[in-house]
Design a protein around this ligand. Structure first.
Ligand code: HEC
Length: 435
């Protein structure tokens, strides 16, 4: 019952987070687009430009004032609750997914870290991240936007690397996203909104607004603009184990974030310059390169071919496999290369019965039609490993999550050993036969 309630809490909050996030980012994309596409030739007195648009069957005419209309309108729309609601629902989601179950989702298996400490580090880093960012922007570095951007980038990737030492891959990613999200909402709350309020007040009072405030607001909203695409990737990243599950997940994140910034730059500049048209194809090419470098090694890719099994065995260092009698036996041909290769596979074949017993012991508490773990009321991700046929059919996924990476078992709660991972890997390399 409790697991079921958590699932629905997760569902409700995640849905709200998505809706408010779309409203926030959507409005922000729209205003950037407006600004970039204003017709600035011969504007009317007091205007900086105007724009015509058609949408939803109606034609709109928008005008931007240089400063403000002669008389403030009665009803001026502000955009802030989208941002605040996104952050609040994001923190709530973090609580439900990671902080309610820290040993399963948050803390890296094998790391000695008290759950409360992990939560304190996770939550503290969001606040610390904003404070550090705020001081950097106000420091002399704030006057050199490109250098500031580079410094922020390096610091965020350093955070990803640091999180990766103590948190699970997906928790490491999501905490970088949470730092960025907190910076973005902090910019709205502490800089952009006060600047706008000061502007409106000055106009109402008939005084000159302080010019430093809008300048600050502009730098911060430009940062927010470049942050959006990396943070959107992080939000969906837990669907992609080849990113967060990699040992080099922080480098992969750096690569994807860099490509995202290129894409954003293309859209920010294309209205008045073709200088940066190369950024879009460069980003696409970069994604293809990333797909290649994160791919399974040639060894893992060569399933079904019995010969490959011999090569695989030969590559396993005897020290790494000494714990498992089967694999240790299999490693022998490597030390006696003169032996005819044809005899090796017969010695090496991993029996399915052994694989099955490892999976039943390490995976089935969760991945069964009716999980025995109290943490799940239904098999997680609908992924069931009850029968030999199911195991065989899911071999590629099993390989990705528990051999090529150590994502599963979640939090290594069932204490799967390296020898067991090697055993399953070997069985899959040999073609995942139900012998
Ligand atoms: C403590 C419970 C638990 C254990 C034990 C566990 N898993 Fe999982 N597994 C999960 C959860 C939860 C998810 C869903 C992750 C998510 O939220 O995306 C999952 C997802 C998966 C997926 C992704 C399925 C898909 O279609 O996206 C694979 C593959 C997987 N597990 C394999 C394994 C293997 C293999 C083992 C044993 C070696 C194992 N798991 C042990 C909880 C567990």
């Amino acid at each position: 019952m409790e697991a079921h309630l958590t699932e629905w809490l997760n569902l409700g909050i995640r849905w709200i987070h998505m809706i408010t996030g779309i409203a926030w980012i959507g409005a922000s994309f729209y205003f950037v687009w407006l600004e970039n596409n204003l017709n600035r030739s011969n504007p009317r007195e007091g205007l900086s430009g105007d724009l015509w648009a058609i949408h939803g069957g109606g034609i709109y005419h928008l005008e931007k004032y240089k400063l403000a209309p002669p008389k403030m309108p009665e009803n001026l729309h502000w955009f802030k609750w989208e941002a605040y609601a996104t952050w609040l629902s994001g923190v709530a989601l973090m609580l439900v997914v990671y902080y309610l179950n820290p040993s399963l989702y948050l803390i890296k298996p094998g790391v000695e870290l008290a759950p409360a400490m992990g939560i304190a580090i996770g939550f503290g880093s969001m606040l610390a991240g904003y404070v550090a960012y705020h001081f950097l922007c106000d420091s002399p570095l704030g006057k050199r936007p490109a250098l500031l951007g580079a410094v922020l980038f390096v610091l965020l990737i350093a955070a990803a690397y640091g999180f990766n030492q103590i948190f699970s891959g997906r928790a490491a990613y999501i905490h970088v996203g949470a730092i960025i999200g907190t910076i973005m909402v902090g910019n709205v709350f502490f800089t952009i909104m006060p600047a706008q309020r000061a502007l409106v007040k000055a106009i109402e009072d008939g005084t000159t607004p302080d010019p430093t405030l809008p300048a600050k607001g502009l730098l911060r909203s430009r940062h927010n603009n470049y942050f959006t695409l990396p943070v959107l990737f992080i939000m969906i990243s837990n669907h992609f184990p080849s990113t967060y599950g990699s040992q080099y997940n922080w480098l992969i994140l750096a690569g994807i974030a860099m490509l995202a910034v290129l894409v954003r730059h293309y859209f920010n500049t294309r209205h008045d310059s073709s200088k940066y048209v190369w950024t879009l194809p460069a980003a696409a090419l970069g994604m293809i390169c990333l797909a290649f470098v994160t791919g399974p090694s040639m060894k893992a890719a060569s399933t079904e071919a019995p010969k490959a099994a011999v090569i695989t065995y030969a590559k396993i260092p005897a020290t790494a496999v000494s714990g498992h009698p089967d694999v240790a036996k299999a490693a022998e041909p490597a030390s006696t290369p003169a032996e005819p290769a044809a005899t090796a596979p017969a010695l090496a074949v991993v029996e399915f019965a052994k694989v099955n017993s490892v999976i039943q012991e390490r995976c089935s508490v969760c991945h069964a039609a009716t999980p025995s773990s109290p943490l799940f009321s239904a098999p997680p991700a609908g992924f069931i490993l009850d029968t030999p046929e199911q195991i065989k059919a899911q071999a590629a996924k099993i390989h990705a999550q528990s051999v090529a990476s150590h994502i599963m078992p979640l939090g290594n709660i069932t204490q799967m050993t390296q020898e067991e991972r090697d055993l399953i890997g070997t069985w899959i390399d040999q073609g995942a036969q139900l012998n």
